[in-house]
Design a protein around this ligand. Sequence first.
Ligand code: AMP
Length: 322
Amino acid sequence: MRPTGRLHLGNYVGALENWVRLQDSYENYHLVADWHTLTTDYEHTRQIPENVFEMVTDWLAAGIDPEKSPIFVQSAVKQHAELYLIFNMLISTSRLERNPTLKDQVRDLEIEDNVSAGHLTYPVLQAADILLYKGEVVPVGEDQLPHIEITRELARRFNNVYSPASPVFPEPDGLLTKFPRLPGLDGKRMSKSLGNTILLSDSADEIKGKMRKAVTDPQKVRRNDPGRPDVCLIFSYHQKFNESEVSEIRSGCESGALGCVDCKVRCSDRVISHLAPIHEKRAQIEKDHTIVPAVLAEGAKRARVIAEQTMSEVHQAMGFGA
Ligand code: AMP
């Protein structure tokens, strides 16, 4: 994840919660992708350390166990940059220009005539991030699947060119999450840039206040009007955070027996109780400012061991330092 500060419910439901679950079945590496933030905003670097701190605090509060799963900052492990440099030689610019995720970003950001070389090649950096640790499975949102494909191509190309007899890199698979698109309070995809978020660290009052103002089915104007749960963002929160009452909420909404105000109160109560243990843990972590730096230092130490090992295999395969 790129360090953008405190996380929102979309980050949690679409990614973080899944990572916590996966730590029991995989050996996980959690990367704070600080260099990646430069691709779209290279001017505002001073706020990155604060954003890293807040994001990693959220990761730990949500249950990432740094003993099981090292957490580290990309720029603390320089091998990412070296492998990125080598991989850049193994892929054409036209292949990178065909990347549909880049095309979407360029259109959204209106930077058609001003894409930096770093932005064009950011999937190559991502491939280095994954393959440095010989990642086999990468939990991602749908928009990231084209980058996993580029990663597979780079692994294959490197292996074919330099180590056909004993491949250095695996070809990783993407692992999609169950909730790839949690809506925000205005019904669009929850996103910091749209200002429609509920933060993981929002207080109970903030959550209640935000939900009270959230849009619902525009056709349900009065309390007894029948509603359409499938167009209502509050219903998608019920589906996620209030599974046991989903069918009752659906029938209450559809018949008109359940008004939006009550429905929102029930929803915010469930979100608040779901987040309560996360808030408790966040409060403990916030009390001790040495926790996050220590986790990152230890994580980088562990990551460097693997990164050095992989790079020595890379050097050997390429005949460097022979
Ligand atoms: P971002 O900082 O937007 O790149 O998001 C970090 C992670 O959170 C990525 O894995 C995204 O797929 C996931 N994510 C972000 N927003 C949402 C959302 N509204 N619903 C589900 N997942 C999301």
